[in-house]
Design a protein around this ligand. Structure first.
Ligand code: NAG
Ligand code: NAG
Ligand code: ZN
Length: 502
């Protein structure tokens, strides 16, 4: 009784106050104060901007207003249609130059822009191609004609096929269609989530033969880091299954080889670009696997994290949530680290769904119960008040990937993305790109554009961008001393960026 009376008082006091306020003309000063109080809650709303930052902010505001009043507003369109508009946008050009910090949600198998895959990788010698019965492609590098397999009977040397066809540009464009989701007619080609996910998984399989060739994978990671660095990103955490890789003669390399190679490439890259902080891997297992397989994978990840403490950040479950098994299904596997007294940070994909109220929808709460360090996507989070409160309290950042959510058909007009709610209340958040190769993006600028202009709207400002960039370092898996060093490097870049453009 006492408790409920208190609740009543707590809920009624502000209401009474409000009722008094609407009695007659609201006080303009009070209105102004309320508006400022509300604005202060958004991402970056509490940051004090320097004079130079305020000048740049005013410029951005103006540019954004112009883009919002244009006939075609890019965030309202499908990315495959808006990309040419975004490339011309003055806001986008500024975002490209902005030091964006870290990319915390990218899949290793979809890291590099498809242009490079086609122009560089498929023109290497010994590259064979095969067309499957379901109109997909497979690639293999091989010293001699590859053996037929169940899905691939007739392998042709790509070089021979190209010279027979004679139209490299046309042929290469058809390869882009196989390796990405890109199309001129996304709404017609992808009428629903099932269709787009089917194509998505096919494209992954098609690219696998190219990028799991050991010499390619080395160059691929280097190129991937370079594309991020070119876009003013200074650190990355990649979800990766540590695929087995192969040599021309058929030799197969294991996960240890993979991690050693990744470490070498990263070190070489840092030597070539000393302002780059590094890259780590979140070991990922597909949610289509069985419980016992996932148990084994968790144990292996614990071991690999010990062997490669600077490279392995933690563990995740990947693959489409709607059709895959839930985190709760894997509970015995996911509680292993705790039971064994071992450390294995989790970075779960969760809530990449619009199936409200289903078992899948509970992944978001379960991710938090399993002590996830961040939430991949968290598209459903805005609908889960308790999970939202918990993730806020425990500083569990949402990895927002706007273009991915749009292309995979969770939302069409990005102004309606539920993360607008999270952003307006300053929920811990970072921006990332999920699968650059498949969506036709590079770096983070495209996703920053959609988040800043579409989801954030006119009220998102330079403070928002600054906080998002700082968040990406703060919420990374780097140990505290590296975060501090990274933030110092970032701050210098930021100050240069602001003074160059204010
Ligand atoms: C592909 O890229 C690598 C380095 O990333 C370079 O050495 C090689 O010459 C390129 N090959 C082609 C065919 O462009
Ligand atoms: C939760 O995860 C953090 C970061 O990985 C770890 O330090 C902490 O011990 C974990 N807590 C529990 C209860 O597992
Ligand atoms: Zn993802």
């Amino acid at each position: 009784m006492v408790i409920s009376l208190c609740l009543v008082l707590v809920t009624y006091v502000p209401l009474l106050w409000f009722v008094r306020e609407i009695d007659g003309m609201p006080d303009p000063a009070r209105r102004d104060l309320l508006m400022r109080q509300e604005a202060s809650r958004q991402t970056g709303g509490l940051l004090m901007l320097t004079a130079a930052e305020q000048r740049l902010d005013a410029r951005l505001h103006l540019l954004k207003e112009q883009e919002m009043s244009a006939a075609l507003f890019p965030p309202a369109l499908h990315f495959f249609k808006s990309k040419p508009l975004i490339r011309q946008s003055a806001v986008f050009k500024l975002l490209q130059k902005m030091p964006k910090g870290a990319a915390l949600h990218i899949h290793g198998s979809s890291l590099v822009g498809v242009e490079w895959l086609i122009r560089n990788v498929t023109y290497r010698p010994h590259c064979y191609i095969c067309f499957t019965w379901d109109n997909s492609v497979r690639f293999a590098f091989s010293a001699r004609q590859p053996f037929p397999r169940w899905d691939c009977f007739y392998w042709q040397l790509l070089e021979t096929l190209r010279s027979r066809i004679g139209d490299n540009a046309g042929f290469d464009n058809s390869l882009i269609e196989h390796l990405t989701l890109i199309t001129d007619d996304p709404d017609g080609d992808y009428p629903n989530q099932d269709v787009v996910w089917e194509k998505f998984e096919k494209a992954f399989i098609a690219a696998a033969g190219l990028i799991t060739h050991a010499p390619v994978l080395r160059d691929y990671f280097y190129q991937g880091l370079k594309e991020l660095h070119d876009d003013n990103v200074m650190y990355a955490e990649l979800r990766s299954g540590l695929s087995r890789t192969y040599e021309l003669d058929g030799t197969i390399h294991d996960k240890i080889w993979f991690l050693n190679m990744f470490q070498e490439v990263t070190q070489k890259f840092i030597k070539d670009y000393p302002d780059f902080l590094g890259a780590r891997i979140i070991i990922s297992v597909h949610r289509a696997r069985s419980l016992s397989e996932v148990k084994a994978a968790v144990q292996e990840a614990i071991q690999l994290k010990k062997e490669f403490p600077d490279i392995v950040a933690g563990f995740d479950m990947v693959g489409r949530e709607n059709t895959g098994k839930t985190l709760w299904y894997f509970r015995e596997a996911l509680s292993l680290p705790n039971e064994l007294g071992e450390e294995l940070p989790f970075f779960f994909h969760a809530g990449e769904t619009d199936d409200e109220g289903t078992e899948v929808d509970q992944n978001i709460l379960d991710a938090i119960l399993f002590n996830t360090s961040r939430i991949g996507h968290g598209y459903a989070l805005a609908h889960h008040p308790l999970a939202k409160e918990l993730s806020r309290k425990r500083n569990i950042a949402v990895e927002l990937c706007p273009i991915s959510n749009q292309v995979l058909k969770l939302v069409s007009d990005l102004r309606n993305h539920p993360a607008a709610v999270l952003m307006s209340e300053g929920h811990p958040m970072v921006i990332s790109s999920d699968d650059p190769s498949l969506f036709g993006t590079t770096g983070l600028s495209y996703d920053f554009y959609e988040a800043f202009v579409g989801i954030g709207g006119l009220k998102a400002n330079l403070g928002t961008l600054k906080e998002l960039a700082v968040n990406s370092i703060r919420f990374s898996s780097m140990p505290p001393h590296l975060k501090d060093a990274g933030l110092a490097v970032w701050q210098n870049k930021w100050d240069d960026f602001v003074s160059d453009h204010s």
